[in-house]
Design a binder for this molecule. Structure first.
Ligand code: PEP
Ligand code: MN
Length: 338
């Protein structure tokens, strides 16, 4: 359930409501809106006696939530809420953000050069993996801390905040030193101990949909992070496994309006992994903006033929340059801007 306070509820009244919920042996998560405070109740709600709680000073309404997720639900905030990645606000308003960069950080020259190019062409956030989850243990695994240092230097040069994947909770303190946003990859979407750890981080988390996960599974995984106190979660559709084998995955754009209706969290679409073929990434990026995505994540590489991972799906800067104005036009056509 969520408890909605009256617009003029005092801090003392709110504290009393929270204390009462805790007396029932439950915990709370508090969300402060412009005029009201919303108290999410976490735990076995059947322990609560609702009537006396509803009668407390400062309480406007108690809304039972049938859904298995609470903090992620649209009702918890009552509106789409933005998440900040560095100084870039994603979601919650009309603007659509661009998160671009190579699949993997390969060298200082590579990441800095790509960062400068995408920044000039309109990207808002730089991406690049220092820990790479590869199907084969013999493939390039990432530069680890050195890669993080290269990313941080690229941020210093361009001002772009950086997002990078974390695969192991033991690396959290290290990644937090360098990154502005943690990425949880598709293969770790249901690594619940990792989700709980990033739920205690001060950094926002971009949570990628597991390639065999339902939309409901994705929201429940977000709930793991939120319930640990980290309210800054971005959901990312990146393609799912279907019977179709003409593409790497099947980009499920249905997820965009559904997630936006069910949750208040920003929705990011990654057409790069979704289709896996660079020639068709632009079309799917345009479609994602039309579907209502709050940000598009794309792999851009200046020499993809030499890329250490995912070269076949990265678009080159010239294609990106041609795409950005078209993305802007679609954003405007659907009442957004870029
Ligand atoms: C990536 O973003 O490079 C990546 C590995 O993504 P995913 O987890 O979606 O495969
Ligand atoms: Mn990749």
């Amino acid at each position: 359930m969520i408890i909605i306070t009256q617009p003029n509820a005092t801090e003392e009244q709110i504290d009393r409501v929270v204390a009462r919920v805790r007396e029932f042996g439950l915990d709370v998560q508090i969300s402060r809106g412009a005029s009201r405070v919303i108290i999410g109740v976490i735990g076995a709600e059947d322990r609560i006696r609702e009537k006396p709680l509803a009668a407390m000073a400062g309480v406007e309404a108690i809304v039972p939530l049938e859904k298995p997720y609470k903090l992620a639900s649209f009702e918890f905030r009552g509106a789409a809420a933005p998440v900040s990645v560095g100084r870039v606000k994603i979601g919650g308003d009309e603007s659509v953000a661009l998160i671009c960069g190579p699949c993997a950080v390969e060298s200082q020259e590579q990441i800095s050069s790509i960062a400068r190019i995408v920044k000039k062409l309109g990207a808002n956030v730089l991406r690049g993996g220092a820990f790479k989850p590869r199907t084969s243990p013999y493939s390039f695994q990432g530069l680890r801390e050195e890669g993080l240092r290269f990313l941080a230097e690229a941020r210093r040069e361009t001002g772009l905040p950086v997002i990078t994947e974390i695969m192991d909770a033991r690396d959290l303190a290290m990644v937090e030193k360098y990154a502005d946003c943690l990425q949880i990859g598709t293969r770790n979407m249901q690594n619940f101990s990792l989700l709980k750890e990033v739920g205690r981080s001060h950094l926002p988390v971009l949570l990628k949909r597991g390639f065999s996960a339902t939309i409901g599974d994705l929201i429940m995984s977000a709930e793991y992070i939120l319930s640990e106190g980290n309210m800054n979660v971005l959901l990312c559709e990146r393609g799912i496994r279907t019977f179709e084998n003409a593409t790497r995955y099947t980009l499920d754009l249905n997820a965009v309006p559904i997630l936006k209706a069910k949750t208040h969290l920003p929705v990011v679409v990654d057409p790069t992994h979704g289709i896996g073929l660079r020639d068709f990434v632009p079309q799917m990026a345009l479609a994602a903006v039309a579907a209502g995505a709050d940000a598009i994540m794309m792999e851009v590489h200046d020499s993809p033929q030499f890329a250490k991972s995912d070269g076949e799906q990265a678009i080159v800067p010239e294609v990106f340059a041609d795409l950005v104005p078209r993305l802007r036009a679609v954003a405007e056509a659907v009442g957004r801007r870029m």
